[in-house]
Unconditional design. Sequence first.
Length: 145
Amino acid sequence: MKNQLETALKDAIRAGDEVPKRTLRMVLSAIRLAEVEKGAPLDDAGVMGILQKEIKSRQETIEDAQRAGRADLEESARAEIEFLSAYLPQPFSQAELEALVRQVIAEVGATSIREMGQVMKALMPRLQGKATGDQASQTVRKLLQ
């Protein structure tokens, strides 16, 4: 995944595409920082986590730009989100996420909201970038209540 992003950066530089070039540089910088902190190269799941974090950051930028009345920043962040989303797997639909959560709840044997932590611990590795932790936690909470 990281190699794919580096190749895309080289292509964007050659083509002079500003949005992909700027976005990929920031993402690859965040990946390198995470690798230095971890002390080892990131696997694809780690890279996807960084991509999701970057998308979330840009969504926050959009909210801030809307409050400040900065349409230019909002438009730029939306373009970056659209570009980054192409590198993530297709997200789960709500029905698929609920089915996965039900399966994990059955495996763990959870019966109340007190066991949410156990369910989340078993669920998170299975999401593989197809749903956020917030979406998963809301679904788990809803099904355990």
